[in-house]
Structure formats: C-alpha cells, structure tokens
Design a protein around this ligand. Structure first.
Ligand SMILES: *[C@@H]1O[C@H](CO)[C@@H](O)[C@H](O)[C@H]1NC(C)=O
Ligand SMILES: *[C@@H]1O[C@H](CO)[C@@H](O)[C@H](O)[C@H]1NC(C)=O
Ligand SMILES: *[C@@H]1O[C@H](CO)[C@@H](O)[C@H](O)[C@H]1NC(C)=O
Length: 280
C-alpha cells in the first residue's frame, strides 16, 4: 500500500534505519494464523545474526511497529518473541498505533461511543475481524450482540474488564456488562487463543515486554483496547509511553487525501517518528 511505503521510506530516511515492511497474507483468503505466521517467519529470519550484519543493523536497536490490525500483529509477535528464549533480548521496543487488542468484549465504552465511526464502524470492524477466523457470518452476528465467547472462556474476561482497567475519565456513565457465554453453536477455538489477540495473555506473559509506545485516537472504537493494555502493562512494570490525540481518528496515519485528514496523519506520523528518534 502506497501510504505505508511512504511511511516506511520516511522512517528510513529520517532515522537512517533499515525498515522491513511485511506483505503478509490476508483474510478472508488466508485465515488465522496465516498473517501472524508470515510476520513471525519474516521477523525471525531477519533477526538472524548474519542477516542483521548483512544489512548493517545494530541488533540492540530493533523495534516492531504496526498500526490498526498491523498493531495487533506487532503486539502479538512481540509477546511471542519475548517469551521465546532464543529471541527474548532481541527487541528493544514496540510501537503500536491504535491497535486492535481484543475481541472478547465488543461492548467497551469506546465501542458504544464510536460504533458509528468516524472511519471504523463497529459492524464493519467486527465483520472484518470475524473473517480472519471464519467465513460463517453467524460469528459476526454473535460478535455484534457480544454473545460470541464459548462456554469455558469466562476466566479470560478479567483480562479485558474495562471496569478495572479504564481510566475513570473514560468510564463516564457506562455500566459494565459481561459478554454472554455459550450462545454461539459453532465453536471457534481461535477466540480463546492469545495469538489472535494480545490482551488474552496473563500478567506473567506481559511482564517481559520491552519499552512500549502506544498512540491512541479519541475518535476510535478501538481506543479502549489500548487503554486496557496500557494499564495492564504498567501494572506489571512495563515502561509505556502513551500519546493520545483528542482530535485523532482511527487509521489517520495512512490517510492520503483531504486537507484535514492529511494534517492529522502528518501529526501522528511526526510524533511517532520523533519518539523513535529519541528512544530507539
Ligand atoms: C469486572 O470488574 C468489576 C469491578 O472490579 C467487578 O465487579 C466484576 O466482577 C468484574 N467482572 C469480571 C467478569 O471480571
Ligand atoms: C443453536 O442450535 C440450537 C439447537 O440445534 C438451535 O435451536 C439454535 O437456533 C441455534 N442457535 C443459533 C444462534 O444458530
Ligand atoms: C500464564 O500463562 C502461561 C501460558 O499459558 C502459563 O504457562 C502460566 O502458568 C500462566 N501463569 C499464571 C500465573 O497463570
């Protein structure tokens, strides 16, 4: 995609860094975990000493980055590598721009407030997310009702309980309601798999994570995924730098048309690259 190619080139030029963009397989043609496997394979290949040396990369200054669903993959890969003895010291930082981090609870305050957009609509987002798991549209329907989680998955709810993890300011008058279990006849084990969504891991798997940069936009139904992740990471002692843009909308870094949208995109891009300059 041209927008990402531009971002990658700019990052490379500004930082004098090697940037590897991964052209992973996409759903619905390729379902979970194809995209993740592609990312893991490419990154593990690149992290070999001889490959790093060939591209003259400093092995102590490697960052994994992604936005939106790419942020989901970036966060998941970072978790997998950090919990892999061979790669655990290989990643200096992760940078996540408005990532999707869970699908256990599809009725977080940000889903309620920004379900009609801008940009990302709840129905569209859930349809696209469910296509990564199955072509059966009954999953989308169940997701919309927040009745998709299977029996035996209630122990996962505490990992995404916004009533515990969302800053007070964002709770407003919203009342926590638990997702409803066991309404979906078909069974999708992926929904309980932390390789699908990084918020499904327990605290001991979070505490090894590297320096984390998270950029959130206010006008984004995925906003609270990040807020929950930030609280959970900080609770276990991971250093998190959080930038929140009040006027921000989901996906803005890849906007390529419209004066206002471009302006937003440039602002996010510049803040992110500035952070890399200072921290990588
Ligand atoms: C969610 O958090 C609230 C507040 O701490 C608590 O009362 C409730 O039992 C929690 N629910 C689940 C399923 O974790
Ligand atoms: C689940 O299966 C039951 C029994 O076969 C059926 O009555 C019900 O309509 C099904 N529910 C859904 C959501 O498909
Ligand atoms: C956390 O999850 C890992 C992997 O599923 C498991 O091995 C470990 O026992 C869990 N730790 C706790 C404290 O539950």
């Amino acid at each position: 995609v041209a927008a990402y190619d531009n971002l990658n080139r700019l990052t490379s030029n500004k930082l004098g860094a090697v940037v590897v963009g991964i052209d992973y397989r996409l759903a619905p043609q390729y379902q979970f975990p194809a995209a993740l496997e592609d990312c893991v394979h490419v990154i593990k290949f690149f992290l070999q000493d001889k490959v790093l040396a060939k591209y003259r990369v400093d092995p102590s200054r490697i960052c994994i980055m992604g936005d939106s669903s790419g942020g989901t993959l970036a966060a998941t890969v970072t978790q997998l590598l950090r919990n892999d003895p061979e790669f655990k010291n290989r990643i200096k930082a992760q940078a996540l721009l408005y990532p999707g981090l869970q699908m256990i609870d599809t009725f977080l305050p940000s889903h309620r407030e920004y379900g009609q957009g801008p940009i990302l609509h709840r129905e569209m987002m859930l349809r696209v997310a469910s296509l990564y798991v199955t072509k059966d549209s009954s999953l989308t329907q169940a997701l919309l009702r927040n009745e998709h989680m299977p029996e035996g998955s209630r122990h996962l709810f505490k990992f995404v309980n916004w009533s515990d993890f969302l800053p007070e300011k964002y709770k407003k008058n919203h009342v926590y309601t638990e997702p409803v279990l066991g309404k979906l006849n078909a069974s999708y084990p992926a929904l309980m798999d932390s390789r699908l969504f990084p918020l499904l891991v327990n605290d001991s798997q979070l505490q090894n994570l590297p320096l984390t940069y998270i950029f959130t936009c206010e006008h984004d139904l995925l906003r609270d995924d990040s807020f929950i992740y930030i609280t959970r990471l900080r609770n276990v002692g991971v250093r998190v730098i959080h930038e929140h843009m009040e006027e921000g909308v989901h996906g803005a870094i890849s906007f390529t048309t419209g004066t206002l949208a471009l302006h937003l995109g440039f602002k996010i891009r510049d803040r992110y690259i500035h952070w890399l300059e200072e921290n990588l």
